[in-house]
Design a binder for this molecule. Structure first.
Ligand code: FES
Ligand code: FES
Length: 895
């Protein structure tokens, strides 16, 4: 045994030459602040100081640290907080917090080098980006990280200030926040899944006994569906639980199975061919996944093509006829174009993970989920357990973006292995699994026809979308074009193209970003042909009152008025400015409840919602604190536990609008109860000293459930009403089958991007982003700003870098590590101005609706429109790769 000094204490480390420092720190020394994400030195999450120098502990054998000093995030700042930690807290330089320990360690080392050399001079944005370039944040908290590091280096956090707008910020900057992957019960086993290496096969025999015979293995189970068919590379076959991951992997390798290979088809183009092998026949379509938040509408299947789904069309025949006639007469106003978007992976930094434990017939499940309440209900049903025998816990969740809303195979495997082994079992996906089989935003091909009338009105619109959904269905892209830019006639048609690829999943505003990429460029093109300002055209075509105000804001920006356009520029670097609009539905979940209690003289708020980095704790604490003249830290918030009163899922931007209204109702009830029990009731109209009344109050509890909104003012209605009968049916289906209500008013976003294009190398850099949002009153303003900026950088990734690559013959995901799947880093973050228009949702108690979806929808078309403005060439495919841009400039097609 050798030893290291870790956070000031000498600790033995194993002699195992293969053990990595990150595993020893996390698993043996139980310092779980250090996170494991990429495992390949790309993301920086595992950064620790080795004799004072930052290193990636996922690349370092533990033995290489023998005799040295290691400092993890838990040791940064010693007994006190480091100025960097205080600055991250004060500037909310974090969201889900999973990347935060790595950033803190690196930034603290940078700060400690900087100060002796530069005193209190603030480092530039470029110097900070260079220092932190080895770190990735999927939530995109970069803008506030810049601020935090600059101000800490400038000495502004040398004092005792440890205030934070985010309730759990201290836990996240010190490494104390516990995520599912950090849970460790006594006797816990590691579960690993055997996955298919074939794209399509029938498993004809499965022998788990060799795995069970491996020493250290406690259970082996089958994960095959009833039909025994695997439909994509990575489909689950079996799972093993063993004393550690290495033993489980050896047991997986020992499993024997026989299979009959079935013909496979990979990707959009191949799967659409008439002679393509069929992935799902009539009898087994129930095994298809779902890429939308809702259930989707019934549609015809022809081979692998499901559709047309055209319920949101309006006078489709007329639209078709007008567009065909315009095409035949070569109408110069007619915009016809085909747009393509790539597959975008969620790439959550915390992998999908679950830890299951049975105590008798009682199941406790820690899981990285966006829906503790719903998962609890689903598990009770699936395993025929009484509701009070199932407890689902998610204290902190390291990102989800839509991929963690469903009951996933990691959960099923953990539960079934725990039951078979009679021991707690953890199943945590590795990075290859995370980037291959946990879902994605499907690639799509979208054909657009847009015809303005000679008077400049929008006459006809046609959008036909083919989505590359893999082994899943229910893509909704074209239909979303019904709720913006009313036209005389619209033909909106969606198709799913199913193939032997892993199933897609909902991803932040499902269908919204691809729809906007196509439609917003078509509108921009129409403005060019009509020779009108693109914002003025949107103002004319788009009557939505929320977006009307945002167009006025955008129109007044200096950057818009000062843009030069392509014709006025020459030389290697050219600049352009682009605009785009987006919307999302205002959703809320009926049945969402909150309990407010006074316990031992302190207010406690309880609801079974989860915080996936969106700041739910802070929204609850801030709302309650404001009502009682308290500081948010004085409110205890209990969430992330299905045994609490039923809360909403974090999906479709519905959390704030689901919990603030019942919270306000509960606040009113609690005030009445406190006043009733006060020894001396406050005088009518007095400014009741709530802090004193609460301290003196006996223990009481009240609760409230989400009620209907107030009637909206004239002219504001559910956007589904605009979509006629089909809209109403869709709304009914959402409410009945998915427990989601579409409220009145439309959360909206108008974004403007300024880009610089390197015409030699084909690179596009976003210099400045302006994002205008109409999402009602801000329940937590600092956090809302951070979420908006994070959505923009995720949209920049979609526009410029991100593309899942697959082998077109085998279906293997090739971009299954974070070197090959590129997400934006801190140096990609433009200066980002966020503007909130807080009107428009006064009929919602509290006036707040969600941000997460709408804020990312218009980013990619705004960038594409900016590129068009810079170089005069329209980029119809994302990501806008350098080779594509250079080819487009030369008028040819990229390879
Ligand atoms: S986990 Fe070590 S660098 Fe990503
Ligand atoms: S806060 Fe950085 S990954 Fe979530």
């Amino acid at each position: 045994m050798t030893a290291i000094t870790i956070n000031g204490q000498s600790k033995p480390i194993p002699d195992d030459r293969d053990a990595l420092l990150v595993d020893v720190i996390r698993d043996q020394l139980a310092l779980t602040g250090t996170k494991l994400v990429c495992g390949s030195g790309v993301c920086g999450a595992c950064t620790v100081l080795l004799d004072g120098t930052p290193v990636a502990s996922c690349l370092l054998p533990a033995q290489a640290a023998a005799g040295k000093t290691v400092t993890t995030v838990e040791g940064i700042g010693g007994a006190k907080l480091h100025p960097i930690q205080k600055a991250f807290m004060a500037h909310d330089a974090l969201q889900c917090g999973f990347c935060t320990p790595g950033f803190i360690v690196e930034a603290a080392a940078f700060h400690d080098r900087w100060r002796p050399m530069k005193g209190t001079a603030a480092p530039s944005r470029e110097e900070i980006a260079a220092a932190l370039s080895g770190h990735l944040c999927r939530c995109g908290a970069y803008e506030n990280i810049f601020r935090a590091v600059a101000e800490a280096c400038a000495g502004r956090f040398d004092g005792d200030n440890d205030a934070a707008p985010r309730l759990e910020a201290r836990d996240k900057v010190t490494g104390a926040a516990r995520y599912t992957v950090d849970i460790r019960h006594d006797g816990q086993l590691e579960g690993v899944i055997l996955r298919s290496s074939a794209g399509h096969a029938k498993i004809t025999g499965l022998d788990l006994s060799p795995a069970r015979a491996v020493p250290g293995v406690a259970a082996a189970i089958s994960l095959l569906a009833d039909d025994n068919i695997v439909r994509y590379v990575g489909a689950p076959i079996a799972a093993v639980a063993a004393k550690d991951r290495r033993t489980a992997a050896a047991a997986i390798a020992a499993i024997r199975f026989s299979s009959e290979t079935l013909p496979a088809v990979i990707g959009l183009d191949a799967a659409r061919r008439g002679d393509a092998p069929v992935v799902f026949d009539k009898t087994n379509r129930k095994y298809a996944g779902n890429v939308s938040e809702g259930g989707g509408s019934p549609a015809r299947w022809r081979g692998n093509v499901r559709g047309p789904s055209a319920a949101f069309s309006q006078k489709a025949k007329r639209a078709k006829a007008w567009l065909a006639a315009a095409h035949d007469r070569r109408d110069p106003l007619l915009v016809e174009e085909t747009f393509r978007v790539a597959t975008q992976s969620h790439a959550c930094l915390e992998p999908h993970a679950a830890v299951a434990r049975f105590d008798g017939d009682r199941l406790t499940l820690h899981v990285s989920t966006q829906a503790v309440s719903e998962i609890g209900e689903k598990l009770a049903k699936r395993y025929k357990l009484a509701h009070d025998k199932v407890r689902v816990i998610a204290d902190h969740v390291g990102g989800g973006f839509g991929s963690k809303g469903a009951l996933g195979m990691e959960t099923i495997a953990a539960i079934e292995l725990a039951r078979a082994a009679n021991r707690p079992v953890r199943v945590a996906y590795d990075r290859e699994e995370e980037l291959s089989i946990t879902g994605y935003r499907p690639a799509a091909e979208m054909k657009v026809g847009l015809l303005p009338s000679t008077q400049g009105d929008l006459k006809a619109l046609s959008l036909t979308a083919y989505a590359d959904t893999g082994a899943a269905t229910n893509s909704t892209i074209a239909a979303l074009a019904r709720l913006i830019y009313p036209a005389e006639a619209k033909e909106l048609v969606d198709f799913d193209v199913i193939s032997n690829l892993p199933p897609g999943a909902p991803f932040r505003g499902p269908g919204g970003p691809p729809m906007a990429f196509a439609l917003e460029q078509a509108v921009d093109e129409a403005a060019l042909r009509l020779k009108v300002d693109p914002i003025s055209l949107r103002k004319r075509w788009d009557p939505d009152p929320n977006r009307q105000r945002l167009y006025d804001w955008a129109f007044a920006l200096d950057v818009w008025r000062n843009r030069k356009g392509a014709a006025a520029q020459s030389g290697r670097y050219r600049r352009g400015v682009g605009i785009a609009a987006g919307y999302w539905l205002y959703l809320w979940q009926p049945g969402s409840s909150i309990e407010l209690a006074i316990k031992d003289g302190r207010i406690v708020a309880r609801t079974a919602v989860q915080d996936i980095g969106t700041g739910t704790r802070s929204v609850i604490a801030g709302t309650v604190a404001k009502a009682f003249d308290l500081e948010p830290q004085e409110v205890e918030v209990l969430i992330g536990d299905s045994s609490l009163p039923k809360g909403p899922a974090s999906g479709g931007s519905r959390v704030t609008a689901s919990i603030v209204p019942p919270m306000l109702a509960a606040i009113a009830k609690l005030k009445a109860e406190i006043e009733k029990s006060a020894a001396r009731p406050p005088l009518a109209g007095s400014n009741a000293p709530w802090r004193d009344l609460i301290a003196a109050s006996p223990d009481i509890a009240v609760s409230a459930e989400r009620a209907k909104d107030n009637p909206p003012p004239a002219g504001i209605s559910s956007p589904l009403k605009q979509a006629g009968l089909m809209g109403l049916i869709f709304g009914w289906m959402l409410r009945t089958f998915n427990h989601i209500v579409v409220g009145a008013g439309v959360p909206s976003s108008v974004q403007m991007m300024e880009v610089e294009v390197d015409t030699w190398l084909g690179r596009v850099r976003v210099l400045n982003a302006y994002t205008g949002l109409s999402v009602g009153k801000l329940a937590a303003p600092v956090l809302a700003r951070s979420q908006a900026a994070g959505s923009v950088i995720q949209g920049i990734g979609y526009a410029l870098y991100e593309a899942r690559e697959t082998d077109p013959l085998t279906g293997h995901v090739l971009s299954s590590n974070m070197e090959d799947y590129r997400i934006p880093g801190i140096a990609d973050m433009p200066r980002c101005e966020v503007y909130f228009d807080e009107a428009g949702f006064e009929h919602v108690p509290g006036g707040s609706v969600g941000i997460g979806e709408v804020a990312t929808i218009p980013t990619s078309p705004a960038i594409a429109n900016a590129v068009r403005d810079a170089i005069g060439v329209r980029m119809t495919e994302i990501p806008i790769r350098p080779d594509r841009l250079v080819a487009a400039l030369k008028g040819r097609t990229a390879a």
